[in-house]
Design a protein around this ligand. Structure first.
Ligand code: ADP
Length: 167
């Protein structure tokens, strides 16, 4: 598997699946979640609402992942995962690692071969970007499956530098 880190906007990535740092409600939010919903269009929220009505009445648990279509995005899939929130005392790195491995499991299940990740939990959820980078890189390196490319897409230079160091 090739693993790379680039600076950029995840909504513009030409990959099979982009991962969303969602919240457990799946109803959208700020940061990368808001950007993905804006770029994908209103059908994304409709599919998320349908998931809540059916499979996920209590929301998506921290560390788990679920796929939807990408709608207006170039990526045909969005994989929603919920990072641990430091401000709620969720400080276990295993929970953060699970976001990356469960997203890759979902990617594998839908047949995605190229996957872009943001720095899950490094924004509003309060994790140190350097720790996110270490956990993410270790988790991806330790995962086995058919995904061929993992691209970490980081929004600013400091977070890109953290991922570049971790790699
Ligand atoms: P969380 O709630 O999991 O912390 P955030 O969306 O607040 O998620 O932040 C996660 C990371 O995503 C932050 O480093 C933030 O700068 C970054 N980010 C925000 N918008 C984008 C985007 N369009 N593409 C890639 N990364 C983004």
């Amino acid at each position: 598997m090739r693993i790379e880190a680039v600076r950029g906007d995840i909504t513009e990535q030409d990959v099979d699946a982009i991962v969303n740092a969602a919240n457990s409600s799946l109803m959208g939010g700020g940061g990368v979640d808001g950007a993905i919903h804006r770029a994908a269009g209103p059908q994304l929220l409709e599919e998320c609402m349908e998931l809540r009505r059916t499979d996920l009445p209590d929301g998506l648990p921290v560390g788990q992942a679920v796929p939807t279509a990408g709608y207006a995005l170039r990526a045909p899939w969005v994989i929603h995962t919920v990072g641990p929130n430091r401000h709620r005392g969720e400080t276990d790195p295993a929970l953060l690692a699970a976001c990356f491995t469960s997203s890759l499991d979902v990617a594998d299940a839908v047949g995605a071969r190229t996957v872009a990740f943001p720095a899950v939990s490094a924004g509003v959820y309060g994790w140190d970007p350097a720790e996110v980078a270490r956990v993410a890189v270790d988790a991806v390196r330790g995962w086995t499956g058919d995904v061929e490319l993992v691209r970490f897409v980081l929004f600013d230079d400091a977070v890109l530098a953290a991922f570049t160091r971790a790699l």
